[in-house]
Design a protein around this ligand. Structure first.
Ligand SMILES: *Cc1c(COP(=O)(O)O)cnc(C)c1O
Length: 864
């Protein structure tokens, strides 16, 4: 019989074991081996059966065993040590505390989080990154509060049908069976967050609190009795449904998320966030909620509240793939934010403008969440240097007439959390041989002194573990697909702990090209079966449930890997999650990545592999474009832009085969007299020594704190001081600029020194501008100069501000300046007027620029 209600009965621990509960409720165990060792000791057999999930462990342990442990002196001593250690970790000052400045608190919003496989609230890189961000913030003492949703069915778990088709299962989760606690008011009532909906009844949510080390994480959950069934189902699945369902999820995340933070800070005394960081556009409505707060509580006007909000908002864009960006029909947004649901002084027309694609090639019928996110944030970044460039190109239309290079989108390259991803044996090796890395994150170069024998031994331990666990998973998968025991005896011999092992694991959108390696199946077969230098490949990945094309790719791979002649050398392991990911990035010798450049914004799995001594074999995209150095792996040449998609696949696949055949496997199997692959190990050490300090999330978070959070916090303070005087002044200044700008013009440009220019002289430039009533202090008049290309474009221009000399009789202004001619060759210059205000973070911020009339051929860009 099927149960109509499901819940989890919590164990009551005997008094001496109480600290165990605290250890389990703080997710720090997910990256702390000593705590996991302690959990294992609670019941080693059960620990394996519950797949290292401590909450399930407590749920299923027998009272007899608990009673026994309650009298086990040795266990109790270890328990107290662990508990003391946790308390110390939670309270001791860390890196951030030594800064002496920075935001009082930062709110971090993400639709998904990958903290541990036991909390399946993530689908891929975005969520894993968010999890690593919180864990690293905890390690570094950065005062972040995480905000997300709690999905009752998480993301699906994957299995295969007999013919290799992806099957999805959404096991229900019971929050009481997870390491979460319900957030309560001081009087004991559960906190309720509500948001108004147009048809009268509100949407309610409760708030779960997870503790990620020092970082509180708030997860909103609409499955409460005050809601009707449809509303209860809003937080059913990660990225489930479309249209209304998705919009409501995002309203709950953005608007409800801010309200949850307010409740949490009120109850716990946590300082209010000064900075709001939104991880991709899904949480963008948080900006509207903060505007509403300021309008209703501080009496600001909409534009004033917008300035105050923008100043403290950081927006990170994560993908150049259009399908990864949320776009809603405008009517839908109109319906939920307009009519009877319109907030006082927060006009829906103005909201619609924030998400409008009103730039060339934009679609006038949609509301774009990324575009709104960028307009609501004064600071925007991409997630690798290349992705920053691609994003400036992609979103440049939002900043009107500025050159792409000046579009104010920066970049911070992602990083990964070492404690989560680095194999224990590697950590122990480092602690033994290069303790300065583990203790202070320094001295990476000393990795080169580690003994090669030791390094090779550890690499083999990790590869062997992968092989063993892959066999277990393979058996389970084949049984699930209906194979009999007799049919799977070959699995005992599948994969080989001494064969060069290549890993490929990722989500399966088409741009990642799961099946590129099968472009020429015969060539692949030859690589796998090479008698001297065989290769084995371990593959994993989930296709989005609605992506039939992705499922077909998985089926193609599975069918190939099912074939009797190669199945011991190529395997597809179902249900890619953090646990499997960890196994793979630790055990593989080579990490393969072959996306269509430049669609991989960053990619982080290759970073995890590198930290474990894996070598990357990848198209130069995302992070690899930045940090490939010729000795830390191999770059698959990209036929980016040269040819049609089919020809491109053929070229890149051929290059891939050639690299594996002539380089990767040659180096791997080149052994010295003692059996060690010297050259390979040199590359491994070089990889760890040089990439280690770069790919760590501590580097990433330091960059966010210094380049984004701290400046954003001071901008936000400058806006809010003296009853939001700064925000009021900036908003009214902007209105004045916007009004006057269409009449601002560069009327006349002349220069002296062009007759016989040579290096060392100066070019004197005089300009007459009409400011249309604006003050000289409102603008900067700049000369842009430098080398010009064949089309007269100035390449990487330098800028020089001109000074205002006088006001001519007709109200026009004269500016002059001198440009140094420091380089010979083709030289060009132009002049522009841009708005200037100390509270703008960037001169392109307003998208306003006035340029001289043709022949320069550009027009004044006006966009806000
Ligand atoms: C690291 C990781 C990802 C992201 O990896 P990419 O290289 O960005 O594709 C996705 N899923 C899991 C389970 C991971 O561990």
């Amino acid at each position: 019989m099927k149960a109509i209600r499901r819940f989890t009965v919590r164990t009551v621990l005997p008094e001496p074991l109480r600290p165990l509960e605290e250890l389990i409720l703080n997710l720090r165990w997910s990256w702390h081996h000593e705590t996991l060792d302690l959990f294992r000791e609670v019941d080693p057999v059960l620990w394996e059966r519950v797949r290292h999930d401590p909450v399930r462990l407590l749920g299923e342990i027998t009272p007899e065993r608990l009673e026994h442990l309650a009298h086990d002196r040795r266990f109790l001593r270890r328990l107290h040590d662990a508990s003391d250690e946790l308390r110390e970790y939670l309270t001791a000052p860390r890196w951030f505390q030594s800064l002496g400045e920075g935001p009082r608190a930062v709110a971090y919003f993400s639709p998904e989080y990958g903290i541990t496989a036991a909390l399946p609230q993530y689908s891929g890189g975005l969520g894993i990154l968010a999890g690593d961000h919180l864990k690293t913030a905890s390690d570094m003492g950065v005062p972040i509060i995480g905000v997300g949703l709690l999905y009752r069915h998480g993301y699906f778990s994957q299995s295969l049908s007999p013919d290799g088709w992806q099957l999805e299962r959404y096991p229900p989760i019971d929050p009481n069976g997870l390491p979460l606690t319900l957030l309560h008011e001081e009087n004991g009532d559960p906190v309720r967050v509500s948001i108004g909906l147009p048809h009268g009844h509100d949407l309610h949510a409760q708030v779960w609190l997870a503790r990620v080390g020092r970082v509180p994480q708030l997860l909103l959950d609409s499955d409460v009795e005050d809601n009707d069934q449809a509303a209860r189902d809003i937080t059913d699945r990660l990225y489930g449904g479309g249209g209304d369902h998705r919009l409501l999820q995002e309203m709950l995340l953005g608007i409800g998320g801010v309200r949850a933070i307010r409740a949490y800070c009120r109850i716990s005394g946590h300082p209010a966030p000064e900075v709001f960081h939104t991880n991709e556009g899904h949480a963008g409505f948080l900006g509207l909620e903060r505007i509403r707060e300021l309008v209703s509580e501080e009496g600001l006007g909409f534009e004033e509240a917008l300035e105050a909000t923008r100043a403290g908002t950081v927006f990170t864009t994560h993908t150049p793939v259009p399908a990864g960006i949320d776009r809603f029909p405008r009517e839908l947004v109109q319906r939920y934010f307009g009519g009877p649901n319109e907030e006082h002084h927060v006009p829906v027309e103005r909201i619609l403008e924030l998400g409008a694609e009103n730039y060339p090639d934009g679609d006038p019928t949609v509301f774009n969440m990324a575009v709104m996110g960028m307009r609501l944030a004064q600071r925007v970044n991409g997630v690798s240097t290349l992705h920053g460039e691609v994003s400036r190109e992609m979103f440049g239309g939002l900043w009107g007439g500025f050159d792409t290079a000046e579009v104010p989108i920066g970049s911070i390259t992602n990083g990964v959390h070492a404690g989560t991803w680095v194999g224990r044996e590697i950590l122990e090796l480092a602690a033994r041989e290069v303790p300065s890395i583990v203790e202070a994150g320094q001295g990476w170069e000393k990795v080169r002194d580690v003994s090669e024998r030791e390094m090779w031994r550890v690499r083999r331990v990790l590869r062997e573990r992968l092989v063993q666990e892959a066999r277990n998973r393979l058996r389970e998968s084949w049984r699930g697909r209906g194979a009999s025991e007799a049919e799977i005896t070959w699995i005992d011999e599948a994969l080989d702990p001494d064969v060069l092992t290549i890993g490929f694991a990722r989500r399966v959108p088409s741009y990642k090209r799961l099946t590129l390696m099968m472009h020429d199946p015969e060539r692949l077969r030859a690589l796998l079966l090479d008698p001297e230098r065989p290769v084995q490949i371990v593959i994993a990945g989930k296709a989005h449930p609605a992506d039939e094309g992705g499922k077909r790719l998985i089926q193609d791979i599975v069918r190939f890997a099912d074939a009797e002649d190669v199945r011991h050398r190529i395997v597809f392991l179902p249900d890619y999650d953090m646990a499997l990911g960890r196994l793979l990035v630790q055990g593989c010798d080579v990490w393969l990545n072959n996306p269509l450049r430049p669609l991989e914004a960053c990619g982080t799995s290759g970073m995890k592999a590198a930290l474990n001594g894996g070598l990357n074999l990848s198209v130069r995209d995302g992070w690899w474009d930045e940090w490939y150095d010729g000795q830390n792996g191999w770059a698959i040449p990209s036929a980016d832009g040269l040819s049609g998609p089919e020809r491109r696949d053929a070229l890149e696949a051929a290059a891939l085969y050639e690299l594996i055949e002539d380089h990767v496997s040659v180096v791997f199997y080149d052994r010295d007299a003692s059996g060690l692959p010297r050259r390979w190990l040199e590359m491994v050490k070089h990889t760890i020594a040089t990439l280690g300090p770069k790919v760590l999330a501590t580097r990433m978070l330091r960059d966010y704190v210094m380049e984004y959070y701290t400046p954003a916090a001071s901008s936000a303070r400058a806006m809010s001081e003296d009853g939001y005087a700064g925000a009021r002044a900036l908003a009214s200044w902007k209105q004045r600029i916007l009004k006057g700008w269409p009449g601002v013009a560069v009327e006349h440009v002349e220069s002296h020194g062009e007759e016989s220019p040579h290096v060392g002289t100066r070019l004197e430039v005089r300009v007459v501008v009409d400011l249309n009533g604006l003050e000289p202090s409102d603008v900067a008049v700049e000369i842009a100069y430098g080398r010009v290309d064949d089309s007269d474009a100035i390449v990487e221009p330098s800028y020089l501000e001109l000074s205002c000399q006088e006001t001519a009789d007709d109200g026009r202004l004269r500016y002059t300046g001198e440009v140094p001619l420091v380089r010979s060759g083709a030289f060009g210059y132009s002049v522009r007027v841009v708005p200037r205000h100390p509270k703008l973070a960037n001169r392109a911020e307003m998208g306003l620029v006035a340029l001289p009339p043709a022949p320069h051929g550009m027009t004044n860009g006006v966009l806000r």
